[in-house]
Design a protein around this ligand. Structure first.
Ligand code: TXA
Ligand code: MG
Length: 345
């Protein structure tokens, strides 16, 4: 199958393909999604197939407005309106109790809940509106690869397997949406996956929110089925470097003493200092967690394709967006962190 690149004025064509059961990758503010008609079980199953994704891992249903959600949900918790008013369209996924006999088990992984999100990307909102159906949209990567943040990443992983890609340039945020479960018996919403909408910003709107213990303890006791699946881990080991220039220096000396070619993911300053000491660098620009997050997956993809044996990636403090950044990076690094003096004693 030829994978076609669609532009903004070809949304009608792309929507038509969706209605006919085809798969179209779409841009969002977080990462690119792999779109299919959520009401077409065969198309949804094809999504799992082309991604190579375990089929008990539920999908997020993407809508173009809140109206679209209503017929699929049993009843809305009291926090819903405030959340939707404050954060949609945007990087917040909400989990509700499902109205029985709506979506197939292929969408929900057999759960009696369902996840919804209204992405903040006008082309994709137009695509959903034109198609007239909600779209499932897991990240449009091969399972086990970093989520795609450009149409080129999608093409790299899925060309020949999907009908098309709606291109809207690089995504703004760079990590997947915050997933908030609104179905807890005690009424307190639970963050199942950290993202750009932080616990603090949620609490300003709806009061007490808790974080799934698994995110803190890092234990393998998943509440969301998706959590038991390893996200991205590249062939070469990734180490997180926590600390200043001195820590980078010692980590680089350590790897060089073992004759390892290093790939470095860090800000402009760090990458320029060590440019000649490592095999490859990927700079995310100025030293800000927003920049680091935006380029994380592109950086790891790029370094992974070069001839290196270890990746060193810059840490950020675990607050605000830094929680989501470190969550993804720790998964890629299998929790391996180099702090000052931690491995050099
Ligand atoms: O930013 C995003 O959310 C991107 C873009 C494309 O919208 N999408 C995305 O989808 O990251 P995906 O399928 O890669 O991640 C969906 C996450 C998984 O961790 C899954 O387990 C969880 O949402 N999830 C979906 N439905 C759920 C449910 N009913 N209960 C608990 N977790 C659920
Ligand atoms: Mg994903």
């Amino acid at each position: 199958m030829e994978t076609k690149q669609f532009t903004a004025n070809q949304i009608d064509q792309a929507a038509d393909l969706i209605r006919h059961g085809e798969l179209i990758a779409f841009p969002t503010e977080t990462v690119y999604g792999l779109g299919a008609n959520a009401l077409d079980e065969k198309a949804v199953k094809q999504v799992y197939k082309v991604k190579g994704r375990p089929s008990d891992n539920p999908l997020i249903v993407h809508v173009s407005d809140f109206e679209m959600v209503k017929q699929y949900v049993k009843d809305f918790p009291e926090q819903t309106k405030a959340l939707v008013d404050s954060f949609w369209p945007g990087p917040l996924t909400l989990i509700f109790d499902i109205q029985p006999n709506t979506f197939s088990a292929a969408v929900t992984g057999g759960l009696n809940t369902v996840a919804f999100r209204m992405p903040n990307n006008q082309k994709t909102l137009d695509l959903i509106k034109t198609a007239g159906v909600p779209l499932v949209g897991p990240s449009a990567n091969t399972s086990g690869k970093p989520s795609p943040t450009t149409a080129q990443h999608v093409y790299h992983d899925l060309h020949g397997k999907i009908a098309g890609i709606l291109d809207d340039g690089p995504t703004q945020i760079g990590v997947e949406s915050t997933v908030l479960d609104l179905t807890a018996k005690n009424g307190v919403p639970v963050i199942l996956r950290p993202g750009a909408i932080t616990k603090e910003s949620l609490e300003q709107v709806i009061g007490n929110v808790c974080v799934d213990q698994h995110l803190i303890s890092e234990k393998e006791a998943p509440k969301a089925p998706g959590m038991k699946y390893k996200h991205y881990s590249p062939d070469v080991p990734v180490w997180i470097i926590e600390g200043d220039q001195q820590v980078f220096k010692r980590a680089i000396e350590w790897a060089k003493s073992k004759n390892q070619r290093i790939g470095l993911y860090a800000d402009d300053q760090i990458t320029s200092i060590f440019l000649n000491d490592v095999g490859a660098v990927y700079s995310f620009g100025e030293d800000s967690v927003e920049q680091g997050t935006k380029s994380l997956f592109a950086g790891l993809r790029s370094l992974d394709e070069q001839n290196i044996e270890v990746i060193f990636a810059q840490a950020f403090p675990e607050s605000g967006l830094g929680i989501a950044y470190m969550n993804r990076l720790k998964k890629a690094a299998n929790q391996k962190i180099i702090k000052i003096d931690s491995i050099f004693e």
